[in-house]
Ligand binder design. Structure first.
Ligand SMILES: Nc1nc2c(ncn2[C@@H]2O[C@H](COP(=O)(O)OP(=O)(O)OP(=O)(O)O)[C@@H](O)[C@H]2O)c(=O)[nH]1
Ligand SMILES: [Mg+2]
Length: 431
């Protein structure tokens, strides 16, 4: 049991829940984690707790080869946990594992406070970060579906008012009433979601009538996607050191150095063992990943377990069936590396950028341009009558003019830009 007490540095908005993190170890005969893997997992779990507004007052670790079907952790550990929760006056006990409905019920009976598992914790963070109506509906739906089989009838367990962990999303009133009411709420939510989705797909169809290639930023949570997105678009999308700061997809049109327009999207961060309930909540943002022509995988170059996180991201990309799309890997946060590490990174052929300082970003934009192979950048000479103002304007806006000379009432231009644009004005080509 670690007794180090943590305080949140932000006090205003964050809930001051007191949390006690516990961990059941070694599911289904898996060998116990090595101590460094355990450290990484624990560090990540602490981040999750802090992101949900918790303050950690203690930690208990259990190493077991087989989880206890009744309580996940062993009987002795349950006693230890109960004592520690009482001694620290904890208001929540959090498990870094998921709990079955039975385990949750048994643990709630044993300990003097609420019990929350990993999925519930992540759902809670999602609830905090959902901004659009669709995002909020999706999270509430996921929460209710997760909680329905886990209702314990212990009214007090979810009825705390305020911003504590596990109190976001489904209103307390629904949880205190019976399952039937939750079922009705689920039906209602699904209908409302369908409505919101219809509107969104209409908006998308309108957008797609003007073909602009889509590029999606993907990556592990906290890699710096939103910061990079902001830098690239100056859009002012929320960036934060809290995990899962981005839940709803953010889209913005930007122009590449070739003057080609693309639609850039910022997406929700991935995380190891993403709870399945959440995959549907991700739908909106994952659709953007699926429609994208090019993916930019943003990695944190300073992350000590970056390779593990890369593998996790690629696993999710595989599940989404998008591994065959052109993918640009970006090592972000290069400003945090020392010279030696920077040289090693450069030698490995990686693209180093810093969303904070802007280093490497022009190169990244060029790479995106080159990766859009369906509509490559090419060069063409044009001879356009000066009277064709619309044609001149379109070429000027969507391509780079390398040379321009006036010949009587004609304009001779050497242009480089997206093939599709050049072909649209084929009638003015100089063969
Ligand atoms: N030093 C440094 N910090 C960075 C850089 N890019 C992002 N950060 C910081 O990393 C943290 C996470 O950045 P975000 O942009 O919110 O990360 P994200 O990938 O969008 O995270 P999720 O939305 O949770 O998936 C923030 O504290 C940023 O300020 C960088 O290039 N250098
Ligand atoms: Mg983000």
């Amino acid at each position: 049991m670690h007794t180090g007490k943590r305080h949140l540095s932000t006090s205003a908005a964050a809930a001051r829940d007191t949390a006690l993190a516990a961990r059941g170890e070694g599911a289904s005969a898996a060998p116990a984690l090595s101590s460094s893997a355990l450290d990484v997992e624990l560090a990540e779990f602490r981040e999750l707790v802090l992101s949900a507004g918790g303050e950690i007052v203690g930690e208990i670790i259990q190493r077991r080869l087989q989880p206890d079907p009744a309580t996940l952790i062993g009987r002795g550990k349950v006693e230890e946990l109960t004592g520690a929760a009482a001694a620290t006056n904890a208001s929540v006990v959090l498990f870094s594992h998921d709990l079955s409905p039975t385990q949750l019920r048994n643990l709630e009976e044993a300990v003097p406070c609420r019990v929350i598992d990993r999925t519930q914790l992540i759902l809670d963070i999602f609830a905090r970060h959902a901004r659009t109506r669709e995002g909020q509906l999706q999270v509430e739906l996921a929460q209710l579906e997760y909680m329905l089989p886990r209702l314990t009838g212990r009214g007090s367990s979810m009825s705390q008012l305020g911003g504590g962990i596990g109190t976001r999303g489904p209103g307390e009133t629904q949880l205190e009433t019976d399952r039937r009411r939750i079922q009705r709420r689920l039906v209602h939510l699904k209908e409302e979601l369908e409505g919101v989705r219809r509107v969104r797909s209409q908006q998308r169809q309108r957008r797609e009538s003007v073909p602009v290639p889509a590029v999606a930023l993907v990556g592990y949570t906290n890699a710096g996607k939103s910061t990079l997105f902001n830098l690239l678009t100056r859009a002012g999308v929320l960036e934060s050191s809290r995990m899962f700061a981005t839940l709803d997809p953010k889209l913005k049109a930007i122009q590449l150095p070739s003057r080609r327009k693309i639609l850039l999207s910022d997406t929700v961060g991935f995380i190891r063992n993403l709870p399945h309930t959440l995959v549907t909540s991700f739908r909106a943002t994952l659709e953007e990943v699926q429609r994208a022509e090019v993916l930019v995988h943003v990695r944190d170059a300073s992350d000590p377990v970056g390779e593990d996180h890369k593998a996790e991201v690629e696993k999710v990309l595989g599940e989404l069936g998008v591994l065959s799309k052109p993918r640009i890997e970006v090592m972000n946060k290069s400003d945090l590396l020392d010279d030696e590490e920077l040289v090693a990174l450069a030698n490995s052929g990686a693209l180093a950028v810093s969303a904070r300082t802007g280093a490497g970003v022009t190169l990244l934009l060029d790479r995106i341009d080159q990766a859009l192979v369906a509509d490559p950048i090419s060069s063409q000479d044009f001879l356009v009558p000066q009277a064709e103002g619309a044609v001149l304007a379109a070429l000027g806006a969507g391509a780079v003019l390398r040379e321009r000379n006036f010949e009587g009432n004609m304009v001779r231009m050497s242009v480089s830009g997206p093939d599709s644009l050049l072909k649209r004005y084929r009638r003015f080509w100089v063969k």
